[in-house]
Design a protein around this ligand. Structure first.
Ligand SMILES: NC(=O)c1ccc[n+]([C@@H]2O[C@H](COP(=O)([O-])OP(=O)(O)OC[C@H]3O[C@@H](n4cnc5c(N)ncnc54)[C@H](OP(=O)(O)O)[C@@H]3O)[C@@H](O)[C@H]2O)c1
Length: 275
């Protein structure tokens, strides 16, 4: 029941209307009997939105595109990983101080660990955008990572985390696909389109393939690599695990990820029906 003690959490970004986070976090608040609600806020003016968060004492937030980097200048403190990555997807209001975290890297790692060993493995990461950067930071601490990106400069910039960065091309893909144990797609290729970053003729067997794109749930990359005998992991797992980390930061509760996935799948189904 909503009453005068109900705490408010939310998502800020633009657009936010298709986000699964309100469905997932509200279901978790109910499951764990936490008197709180989670709303999605489409924000045009970030600075005034952050003033509003302080003024209304909003307890915690997720931050999505296009504000994950811009929000840094308005916060009072950053976790080690948010500082290193330069991007925030979770804000915790600690007695009036807004502290920024980034749970994308740990979310990816936990999702991967659910299906495979990661320590010491050879990881080929495609994409050096916001998500690619967070994933590189986290995985570079326990695996051997090569990053390929369309814009070479951005891949090279990630070499500060001790990884190798190169331009994404057919030649580099072919070379590193033979080297890798795990391939992660962190480009936006395949999002709401039937495209894949790996041409069919370059596919290799026995790879673990993780596509962080989750719309559609089975991307062309996952469909083709699964048929080729690879172990495939969809992007909803990353969404779930990064959300679980946010929830833990806000509430101290380590939530049930199976339950979160069930809620997310139901929300995806009902969204499809309404479109
Ligand atoms: N599952 C999850 O929880 C989760 C979380 C975060 C993001 N995502 C998804 O991950 C994807 C990337 O997100 P982001 O925040 O990192 O976006 P971003 O910062 O805009 O980066 C986009 C990345 O995709 C690359 N790219 C775009 N079009 C390409 C093309 N035609 N060919 C090759 N590379 C291309 C970009 O390369 P350049 O640098 O050359 O432009 C860049 O590396 C999105 O689809 C997003 O929805 C999922």
């Amino acid at each position: 029941m909503i009453d005068a003690k109900t705490k408010l959490y939310g998502l800020i970004g633009k657009p936010v209307e298709h986000s699964l986070s309100p469905a997932i976090h509200n279901a978790l608040f109910k499951k764990y009997n936490i008197n709180a609600v989670y709303l999605a806020f489409e924000v045009d003016d970030l600075e005034s939105a952050v003033k509003g968060i302080r003024g209304l004492k909003i307890s915690g937030l997720n931050v999505t595109m296009p504000y994950k980097e811009q929000i840094l200048e308005f916060l009072d403190g950053l976790s080690e990983e948010a500082n290193a990555i330069g991007s925030v997807n979770t804000v915790v209001n600690r007695e009036g101080k807004l502290i920024g975290y980034n749970t994308d890297g740990i979310g990816t790692l936990k999702a991967l660990k659910r299906f495979t060993e990661v320590e010491g493995k050879r990881v080929l990461l495609l994409g050096a955008g916001g998500a690619g950067k967070a994933i590189t930071y986290t995985l570079s601490r326990l695996a051997k990572v090569v990053v390929l990106n369309r814009t070479e400069k951005k891949a090279k910039e990630l070499e500060k985390f001790g990884v190798k960065g190169e331009k994404l091309s057919k030649e580099s893909l072919e070379y590193y696909l033979s080297w890798a144990d795990i391939v992660i797609n962190a480009t936006s290729l395949g999002m709401n389109e039937d495209k894949t970053p790996i041409p069919k003729e370059l596919l290799k067997e026995k790879l673990v393939v993780f596509d962080i794109v989750y719309s559609p749930l089975e991307t062309k990359l996952l469909r083709e690599t699964r048929k080729f005998g690879c172990l495939t992991i969809d992007g909803l797992w990353m969404l779930i695990y990064q959300g679980a980390e946010s929830f833990r930061l806000w509430t101290g509760v380590k939530p049930d990820v199976e339950f979160m996935r069930k809620v997310a799948l139901e929300a995806l189904k009902s969204e499809r029906r309404s479109i």
